[in-house]
Design a protein around this ligand. Structure first.
Ligand code: ADP
Ligand code: MG
Length: 698
């Protein structure tokens, strides 16, 4: 690699190193306290930080600044202002005040608010989040911010995420106190593994479906897909290598710890994993990563597809959310300890997660629900829509031993008594074998694997943090003031295992037997689509928990349910309209043209000779002509269904009609067009084929 990595790394970030070097000791310490302990920031401190931030940014060539935020659209937003201000001598000076750093006032009216704004002012404001470092992108100083209405309702994903981290911090500290530990804070960390596809830009531009929707809505299977398993971890092609090098460099500049890269299962599919960081930072960084992945691809004449299912028939893309909790002193609370006492603490936190996942399966499921991700979950390539927890044999045996007060078949062969017996450290090898589980313990962290590749990781971490905070709260309420802590804790853990073991499953999550057992025997929920899942956000138990921990207020919840369903409906509506457009403007005319040329050949050849059969022309023409009529009927039907969507008076009804009527019609239309593609000449086909798209990058 050309550049000096340690020098490049973080060069565009106003990070701790820069702050320490540039800010006075008082200002630095005061800002650090805000970052670490959530202490309110002093205005004079903001003023001093703003000045240094501006000087640093200008030195790096920045001309503008922006409050960078994450509205509920799922992508980031920015509105640039330049630093320039007229000076009395007729020239300009570069200005940036503490006030401008702390607060911005973008016009909020064009962002989705799900009714939040209707009752209030159209304006929203952005507020600096000092816990995520400012950075420079495209000559612009980007300041990570939260986005709220004037009455304080969150219009973004960051605010509830920060609140959920606070909730977990509060409750985890109570638990640690019971073990005699006073810590400054407990934070959750996340390492998101990001999957994506790279395809040639020229091919991409010839496919209106990819351009408008990010996925192919048509396309017959090529002769070769992923069946040879020759792509996973395969040698990376030179063009992709060049891309990855460039991507790493751009990410490193922004202080994003891009670490692992490899080919994925499907042709043209790849993965990038960064080193984990605090959830809030990891979320910001993942948003940036997705943006930069797309930008760098364009530079290399390619397009990076982040859609969950760009191609039918080969694997789609997901994101793995590796999650853990740690103290400010760096102790990972999901890491089994060295002493029996630490093991007990580990088991208590472990139980808190198990209980959280069981009690709030629906919240976890809906936190990853989008139109795109619906294609993956339950499609035997990604975890099923049923949420369950994988612990691995070793840990399962330990929990079983605790549950039944029977000897654990480990070294000691004694009845597990918490606080007395050690449990072994689990090596990653013994825990990370099951790739079909949506929520797997992997030695010292949990890996939530149901996320779609384009999802913001904020959503699932909000739910996860809040749900675990709730279990911890219940435990703390029960154990605080206990006269016999160890035995009470033992009972609590035992009860928790008994009560929540239905969520534990080490088997193959892709089988039909599991679906049957999970739903019929264990009573786990199986929310197959976004339309099924999303309304559960407003279930009484979910609302109560999220509001009690101050993660959302009631109107914020209503607005999110509305926006997420709206997003689902709009996405599929666009897909449907794109199909109609492509069929009418490209596919039908192409099929008609080819049918005509076959018919013409047939009649010419037959008029020349009576001895020819022309079986190919005859059968193909008949087949295509039949398909043409079929396609016409199906496109009319789809169009009518899309039209009908306008008549529904609630978003829930619209989403149900999409699920039950529109999506099946889209499937049906596609199958006829794909059938026609299979028997048509490549020359007459109006768009690049799957083979051309998937094998276009060398
Ligand atoms: P695999 O592909 O086997 O799941 P990877 O090494 O590709 O594993 O990704 C694992 C991810 O988990 C990385 O982003 C890594 O930084 C992250 N990770 C490791 N330890 C922790 C932890 N304690 N908390 C959160 N994330 C972690
Ligand atoms: Mg993984």
């Amino acid at each position: 690699m050309k550049q000096n990595v340690p020098e490049t790394y973080g060069s565009m970030v106003f990070d701790d190193k820069v702050m320490r070097a540039r800010l006075s000791v008082e200002v630095y310490n005061s800002l650090r306290k805000t970052i670490d302990e959530n202490v309110k920031l002093d205005v004079s401190v903001a003023e001093a930080v703003a000045t240094e931030m501006r000087d640093w940014a200008v030195e790096k060539g920045a001309t503008h600044y922006t409050h960078w935020f994450q509205p509920l659209t799922g992508v980031t937003a920015e509105k640039h202002d330049s630093f320039i201000s007229p000076s009395p001598d007729g020239g300009i000076i570069m200005e940036f005040s503490g006030k401008e750093l702390i607060k911005g006032e973008p016009d909020a009216s064009s962002f989705p608010s799900g009714g939040l704004r209707a009752t209030f002012e159209a304006r929203g404001y952005t507020a600096w989040d000092p816990t995520s470092y400012a950075f420079i992108k495209d000559h612009t100083l980007c300041i990570p911010t939260a986005f709220c209405t004037y009455t304080g309702d969150a219009l973004d994903k960051k605010t509830p995420l920060l609140r959920s981290m606070q909730a977990l911090n509060r409750q985890a500290k109570r638990i640690l106190k019971l073990f005699g530990k006073e810590v400054k804070y407990v934070r959750t960390s996340v390492g998101p593994e990001q999957e994506y596809f790279l395809i040639d830009k020229e091919m991409f531009e010839k496919r209106p479906d990819l351009v408008y929707t990010g996925r192919t809505l048509f396309g017959a299977m090529p002769p070769k897909g992923q069946e040879l398993d020759d792509h996973y971890f395969g040698v990376i092609k030179p063009r992709v290598t060049a891309y990855m090098e460039d991507l790493n460099e751009e990410l490193w500049k922004l202080g994003i710890l891009a670490k692992t890269e490899h080919n994925e299962v499907a042709p043209a599919q790849h993965e990038m994993a960064p080193i984990y960081s605090t959830t809030n930072v990891a979320t910001d960084n993942n948003q940036l990563t997705m943006e930069i992945m797309q930008k760098v691809a364009r530079k290399h004449g390619m397009v990076c597809l982040l859609h969950e299912k760009p191609f039918a028939g080969v694997n789609g893309s997901g994101k793995h959310n590796n999650w853990s909790m740690a103290t400010d002193t760096g102790v990972n609370l999901l890491s089994p300890g060295d002493t029996p006492y630490e093991n007990a603490q580990f088991l208590l936190f472990l139980c808190a997660v198990i209980q959280a996942v069981d009690d709030y399966q629906d919240l976890l499921r809906l936190s990853v629900a989008t139109a795109g991700n619906d294609h993956r979950l339950g499609a035997n390539e990604a975890p099923p829509a049923i949420i369950s927890v994988f612990l691995g044999d070793e840990l399962s045996a330990i929990l079983e031993a605790i549950k039944t007060d029977t000897p654990y078949q480990g070294k000691e062969k004694e009845v597990m008594k918490l606080g007395v017996h050690s449990i072994p450290r689990f090596s990653k090898d013994t825990t990370d074998r099951n790739r079909t589980s949506p929520f797997a313990f992997t030695g010292n962290k949990f890996e939530f694997r149901s996320l779609g590749s384009s999802n913001s990781i904020a959503c699932c971490n909000i739910m996860l943090n809040a749900a675990v905070a709730e279990s911890l709260k219940q435990y703390a309420d029960r154990l605080e003031g206990s006269k016999n802590f160890e035995s009470d804790m033992h009972d609590l853990i035992q009860e928790t295992i008994k009560k929540h073991e239905r969520i534990l499953f080490n088997g193959n999550g892709y089988t039909d037997e599991w679906v049957k057992e999970a739903t019929e025997v264990r009573g786990l929920s199986n929310l197959k689509t976004t339309a099924d899942a999303m309304p559960h956000l407003l279930d009484e138990k979910n609302k109560k928990m999220l509001m009690e921990h101050k993660v959302f207020n009631e109107s914020e919840l209503d607005s999110r349910c509305e926006i997420m369903l709206e997003n689902y409906c709009k996405t599929i509506n666009i897909e449907g309209l794109t199909m109609v457009d492509m069929v009418r403007k490209s596919y039908l005319p192409a099929i008609e043209g080819y049918t005509y040329s076959l018919a013409k050949n047939l009649s010419v050849v037959k008029s020349v000779s009576k001895n020819v059969k022309c079986a190919y022309e005859q059968t193909t023409m008949e087949k295509l002509s039949g398909l043409e009529d079929e396609i016409m009927e199906k496109v009319d039907a789809l169009e009518a269904s899309l039209e009908k969507l306008k008549d529904f008076d609630s978003i829930i009804k619209t989403s149900e009609a999409i699920r039950d009527d529109v999506l099946p019609k889209m499937e049906d239309l596609r199958s006829s067009v794909d059938e026609a593609e299979k028997v048509s000449s490549e020359k007459c086909w109006p768009v690049p084929s799957y083979g051309q798209l998937l094998f276009s990058v060398y």
